[in-house]
Design a protein around this ligand. Structure first.
Ligand code: C2O
Length: 511
C-alpha cells in the first residue's frame, strides 16, 4: 500500500492525534528503556548526540545526520522513513503517514509560517518549551526564510570538483558531491533556504531546533523534514532537466552505495543506501498528497550552472574557495554582522570600471549571461544567534530591502552546534568550524544594470536580520530584528558576548 503524506493543516483531528499519540508512546519508551532504538531520545540521537561520544553499541547509529553535502536529502529521507514506520506502529493508526509542515505553498499568508496549534499546546506531547518564545506564542517565521525559488531555479542536483564537469561550491539543489559530513561547509541550495533557516527561526537562541545535536527532539523537526523531502519531489516534478544523480562514474557511484544505519519499527537494525530511496512510491511506499507549486521566477535572467576553472587537488577533499576570477572583494574582512550591515566591495584592479566584468560579453551582445557569484566565506557564529539574514546588492535604503525587490540575493543562516560548529573527531565525519555560502547573482546584477541601479564604481552588499512576523501581517514584511531580540551588539552580558555572526570574506567571482 502507498501511504499518503499530507499537509498537517489538512488533517482531521484524529489524524493529528495519531501523531501525538505515537510521539507520546516513543517518549514513554525512552523513559522506560533508554536503549530501545525506537525511543524518542534514541531516535533524536540518530541525528545528533549532544554528549558527542556515543556508547560503542550506538556508534554506527548516532550522530549520523548528513549536512552540507549531497547526502543531505537522501539521508534525511531514510531517517524520517524509519521514524514514520515507528510512529505508525505506536500511533494506533495503521494508515499513518508522516504529515508535513507546509510553510511553503501559500506565500503571503503568514499563518502558514506559524507553528501549528497542536505543537504549541502545552498539554500535548508535541509541545516543547525549548523553542524561540515568539514562535511558541504563535508568531510566524519571516517569509524570506521559506522562499525556494533560488533552489528550484537551479536544475542540477549536485556539483563536484574535479573531472571535466567542474561546478563550484554548492550551487546546486542538493549540494556538493563530497564525503559524508555531519557539519557545514558549502551548503546546498535547498539545505540553506529554506531548510536551515526554518531550523533557526523555530529554535531561536537556545531552542532545540537551532542545534543539530538536539533538533530532532522537537516534534516539529519531523514535519519540517517531511516538507523538505516533499520539496525534493516537487523539484524533480518541475522537469526541465532536473533529475537525481545518474550513474556515470566513480563520484556518482558513491551517492548510490554509501550505506547508513537505522532501526525499523521492530527494533531491528537496517542498512540503507542511496539506490534504495530514489523512488518513494516504488521503493518506500509513500507519496505526497500534493507538491509545492512552481515558484514565480525572481530573476528571469539568472543562469544557474556556472562553470569555473577547476581547482587543483583531490576531488574528494572539501571544496576549496572558488577558483574563478575574483572581480571584487569586500573592503572589510572578518567583520561582525549587526541587525543591518553594509559592506562595500572594492573592485579588483583589472575589473573594467565601465561595466565591471561585462566588457567581453558586451562585444558579443551577451552581456547579461556572464555568470557571477557572490560568496560569503568563513561565516561563523558564536553561540546560537537564533536569527538569519537577508542579503541585498546595492540596496539604496532599507525601504528597498524587501525580498521581492530586484536587489534581493537570498537568505542565509547557520544551523550548527553551539560554540561554532567545530565537531571534528567522529569517525567518518568531516568537521569544519565555518560555513560558506554562494549565491548566483548573475540575474540580480543584470536587472540592476537594466534599471540603472548598479553602480560599477562601488557595488555594495547589505545584510538585514529580521525578527518574527505577526500572523496578522499581510505585507509579508517581518520587522528588522530588534535589539531586544538580538541582544546588545557589543557589551558583555554575564561575561559573555551575545551570540552573533562574523563573516571572514565577501567576494564577487566571475567565470
Ligand atoms: Cu539534519 Cu534539518 O537537519
Amino acid at each position: 500500500m502507498v501511504y499518503v503524506r499530507k499537509d498537517w493543516n489538512a488533517l482531521t483531528q484524529p489524524e493529528r492525534d495519531a501523531y501525538a499519540k505515537g510521539v507520546g508512546a516513543m517518549r514513554d519508551l525512552a523513559a522506560s528503556d533508554p536503549t530501545d532504538p525506537r525511543g524518542w531520545l534514541y531516535q533524536a540521537n540518530v541525528h545528533g548526540d549532544p554528549d558527542g561520544d556515543p556508547p560503542p553499541a550506538q556508534q554506527r547509529f548516532w550522530a549520523m545526520c548528513q549536512h552540507a553535502s549531497w547526502y543531505f536529502l537522501p539521508w534525511h529521507r531514510m531517517y524520517i522513513y524509519f521514524f514514520e514506520r515507528i510512529v505508525r506502529k505506536y500511533s494506533g493508526n495503521p494508515d499513518f503517514a508522516l504529515p508535513y509542515w507546509n510553510y511553503t505553498d501559500t506565500p503571503g499568508i503568514a499563518s502558514t509560517r506559524a507553528l501549528p496549534a497542536d505543537f504549541r499546546d502545552t498539554g500535548s506531547s508535541l509541545y516543547t518549551p525549548e523553542r524561540r518564545p515568539e514562535i511558541n506564542a504563535g508568531a510566524a517565521m519571516p517569509e524570506s526564510n521559506v522562499l525556494y525559488s533560488g533552489a528550484y531555479e537551479n536544475t542540477s542536483f549536485f556539483t563536484y570538483q574535479g573531472g571535466t564537469r567542474f561546478n563550484p561550491l554548492a550551487l546546486a539543489f542538493g549540494g556538493f558531491a563530497g564525503e559524508p559530513s555531519h557539519d557545514g561547509y558549502w551548503t546546498g541550495l535547498i539545505e540553506n533556504q529554506p531548510h536551515n533557516l526554518v531550523h533557526v527561526a523555530v529554535g531561536g537562541t537556545d531552542g532545540l531546533m537551532s542545534n543539530p545535536d538536539v533538533a530532532a527532539r522537537d516534534p516539529i523537526f519531523w514535519l519540517h523534514h517531511s516538507n523538505i523531502d516533499r520539496m525534493w519531489e516537487g523539484w524533480l516534478a518541475l522537469g526541465g532537466g532536473r533529475h537525481n544523480p545518474e550513474v556515470t562514474g566513480i563520484v556518482v557511484a558513491r551517492f548510490y552505495s554509501t550505506r547508513f544505519y537505522f532501526h525499523d519499527e521492530n527494533g531491528n537494525e537496517v542498512v540503507m543506501q542511496g539506490s534504495e530511496i530514489l523512488d518513494t512510491v516504488g521503493q518506500l511506499d509513500y507519496a505526497y498528497d500534493k507538491l509545492p507549486p512552481a515558484p514565480p521566477s525572481r530573476q528571469a535572467n539568472r543562469r544557474l550552472s556556472v562553470a569555473l576553472a577547476p581547482a587543483a587537488g583531490d576531488e574528494s577533499s572539501p571544496p576549496s574557495a572558488p577558483e574563478g576570477r575574483e572581480l571584487g572583494v569586500a573592503e572589510e574582512t572578518g567583520f561582525r554582522l549587526d541587525a543591518v550591515k553594509l559592506v562595500r566591495l572594492a573592485l579588483s584592479g583589472d575589473a573594467p570600471r565601465r561595466g565591471l566584468f561585462l566588457d567581453a560579453a558586451e562585444e558579443t551582445g551577451e552581456a547579461e549571461s556572464r555568470p557571477m557569484l557572490l560568496t560569503l566565506e568563513g561565516v561563523r557564529v558564536e553561540g546560537l544567534p537564533g536569527y538569519t539574514y537577508e542579503v541585498y546588492l546595492n540596496v539604496p535604503d532599507l525601504e528597498h530591502a524587501t525580498f521581492d525587490s530586484i536587489h534581493y540575493v537570498g537568505n542565509f543562516g547557520i544551523f550548527t552546534h553551539p560554540g561554532g560548529g567545530a565537531h571534528a573527531g567522529h569517525a567518518g565525519h568531516a568537521g569544519h568550524d565555518a560555513s560558506n555560502f554562494a549565491f548566483d547573482v548573475t540575474g540580480v546584477v543584470a536587472d540592476l544594470r537594466a534599471q540603472d541601479r548598479w553602480d560599477p564604481e562601488s557595488p555594495n552588499v547589505t545584510f538585514v536580520a529580521r525578527g518574527v512576523e505577526p500572523v496578522t501581517d499581510t505585507r509579508g514584511r517581518a520587522p528588522i530584528l530588534s535589539a531586544a531580540e538580538r541582544g546588545p551588539d557589543t557589551e558583555m552580558v554575564d561575561g559573555q558576548r551575545p551570540p552573533h555572526y562574523t563573516v571572514e570574506r565577501v567576494r564577487l567571482i566571475g567565470a
